[in-house]
Design a protein around this ligand. Sequence first.
Ligand code: MN
Length: 374
Amino acid sequence: MQKLTIKRLITELVDIPIKRPHQFSAIKVSSKSFVLLRVELSNGVTGIGEGTTPGIFWNGESVETMKLVIDQYAAPFLLEENATHLETLLQKLNRQIRGNAFAKATIEMALLDALGKTYDVPVHQLLGGLHQEKIPVRWALASGTPEGDIEEAKNAVASGQYANFKTKSGKEAPDDDAKRSIRIAEGIKGHSSIGIDPNGSWDRMTTMKWMDDFFAAGIDFLEQPLPPHDIEGLARLAAMKKVPIMADESVASIQDAMRIAKTNAADIFSLKIHKAGGMKNTVKVAGIAEAAGIACFGGTSLESSIGTAACVHTYSSIPNLDYGSELFGPDWLADEIVKEPLVLKDGYIHVPVQAGLGVELDEEKVSLYRRKEQ
Ligand code: MN
């Protein structure tokens, strides 16, 4: 086979409206921004990748920094390189560019899409093969009031759309947050359940104080209650054996995963392909979890159907996704830039079967949502 080289990388920013404003611990958002990357190979195939973050508060990157890093620093190292030597390229990027995991994941996504299309296989085959054809999806309740969240959850369960949920916390004082979460959990008890995600905004004492009540309310898991650096605090909470502790912001790299496994600081890892620096790294993180007896949850950076497809291919290839996923991004956006958005049906997201990521750009939509000032 002739050498398959990388000929061009093109990035652009797009802003896609969402169905309802979403309250994180730090910010409220009404549209979602993405960097769209196209990588052209010497065989004429173009791969697409998508970079997005919950917000710059989450890990320090933004779509603007991703675009800059890809255009100015990564592209010169990639042009004319052999696209089939994926691991070599990723190692090279790691040596040349410190951090910027989200930008690197975006590049890997586009390369894997292009390679999948070249070999005519879906991306999960390049990651080791399929383990499950569909993945359960939790919806994030973020209406702003406990009553609104309870109603939203009950309606979603009644219609069969979603079975279980997550609530975002961190906007209020930790005690008020805890009370609100318990109220929601009690309001839907018998119908459904919730996991709580304060995005690292609580403290050790408050969290410990509420653990018995979380257990009594039937809360499924407590995700990243403490700041990302407080691994010892997470270990203390996990040792209480009340509610499973999920690490999210604390577990990004494979080295983080090893450290948390060694210190028994989590019962569950939230996987995310961008924070890990790509799909291959995410599979490695899941492997460390498997060896340590830690369960996995398929996290989201609130991707569109492009990034969500990358997540589905990755999560569907690992054996220990015991807590399902939160891959509701396509259902949360009011529109998409692909021709056929991924389908969420009866609480499950299905793995695309087409070559590459299995999604195709709708160029009219890309034009419509392209940011005017790039
Ligand atoms: Mn989280």
